[in-house]
Design a protein around this ligand. Structure first.
Ligand code: FUB
Length: 340
């Protein structure tokens, strides 16, 4: 209640249209951008969309990607370099189909590409491939990361030099087929009035190719400290977890899937718990919404994708970037980048 005793109404405002949105490339379809600053340059690790002819379904079978390209730029708005093929599914011994949203990390002189792909039994796991340069090509390990499952890996380096992988996604991402890190082989969703499924976190081992611990749940709570519920489709985790740090706070952002938003929650530890704060990015053209957030040359940037270049085809997306702004209290200014 406010000082007059009236109940305050929380108005769900629509985001502000950005002044400038940059499209990375019109040469090929790209999606799910994971952006990092390596050696003073901005590197982007996206999915590489293409038309494989597989019909659309709720499990995302039409996202039938087979390889990755890496992009880099020296300045925002400047030339973007496509470094060509970084990894192909044929060079991953355990892979079956569907190379989905990747991420990358640097440790010492080595670069690591983390990628989700279904194995030959059609179960998603997360693979790792190595290179001595950020753009690759990357050489895949023989097996997926032991204990990994589901998809959308995002690797975060904390201030103390520890690395953590966040991962998971429901529906086609198969997170609901795992319980306490064990494979169920069938869907098990919580009821609408139960806590939603959460992203997972695991600390990375020193060599960055395995988990140093069993994956744990990353709790997302409402302002009263209660778990966000499975039926709260506007706020519950769906896929595309990303973590960054700003002013001593950890920000977990993710896609709400069937409500098509990127939202965020804040916490005091990489493990959470995180408290839900609001929307980063309103729905874009196309079903999926997937992003990353990175600081480059003193400004913060939101990378995302939409389907505008393909005239709205959900599985043919294009990576874009725009500036992200914080309010003085650390909250993020909501963006609406919807174009027809
Ligand atoms: O690109 C395939 C899948 O679509 C990603 O893994 C999800 O995050 C969604 O963007």
């Amino acid at each position: 209640k406010n000082v007059q005793g009236n109940v305050d109404v929380v108005v769900d405002t629509i985001g502000i249209a950005p002044d400038t949105v940059y499209t990375l490339t019109s040469e090929l379809y790209t999606a799910d951008p994971s952006a990092h600053v390596f050696e003073g340059k901005l590197y982007v690790y996206p999915s590489h969309d293409f038309e494989s002819g597989i019909p659309e379904d709720d499990l995302g079978s039409h996202f039938n990607m087979e390889d990755y390209h890496v992009f880099s730029m020296d300045s925002v708005g400047g030339e973007v370099t496509d470094h060509g093929l970084a990894l192909h599914i044929d060079d991953v011994p355990w892979a079956g189909r569907q190379m989905w949203a990747p991420d990358a990390a640097k440790k010492g002189d080595e670069y690591f590409l983390y990628f989700p792909v279904k194995d030959k039994e059609d179960v998603f796991h997360i693979g790792v491939a190595k290179s001595s340069v950020p753009e690759g090509p990357f050489k895949a390990m023989e097996e997926p990361i032991e204990g990994s499952f589901s998809m959308d890996p995002a690797v975060f380096e904390d201030m103390d030099g520890s690395y953590y992988m966040y991962f998971g996604g429901i529906w086609g991402g198969q997170l609901q087929q795992w319980d306490e890190n064990k494979y169920l082989g069938e869907d098990k969703y919580p009821a609408d009035n139960e806590p939603a499924l959460t992203p997972k976190i695991a600390k990375m081992s020193d060599d960055m190719t395995s988990f140093a611990e069993e994956p744990k749940d990353v709790l997302v709570l409402d302002k009263d400290g209660e778990s966000i519920l499975a039926g709260d489709n506007d706020r519950r985790f769906f896929e595309a977890a990303w973590v960054h740090r700003y002013n001593d706070k950890y920000y977990l952002s993710y896609s709400t899937g069937d409500t098509h938003k990127i939202v965020y929650a804040m916490g005091d530890s990489p493990y959470g718990p995180f408290t839900y704060k609001g929307v980063v990015l309103d729905p874009v053209l196309g079903w999926t919404n997937h992003h990353s957030i990175v600081e480059y040359k003193g400004k913060w940037w939101l990378f995302f994708h939409d389907s505008s270049m393909s005239g709205g085809k959900t599985h043919l997306r294009s990576v874009k970037m725009t500036e992200l702004t914080y309010n003085p209290d650390g909250s993020i200014q909501r963006i609406n980048a919807l174009v027809a």
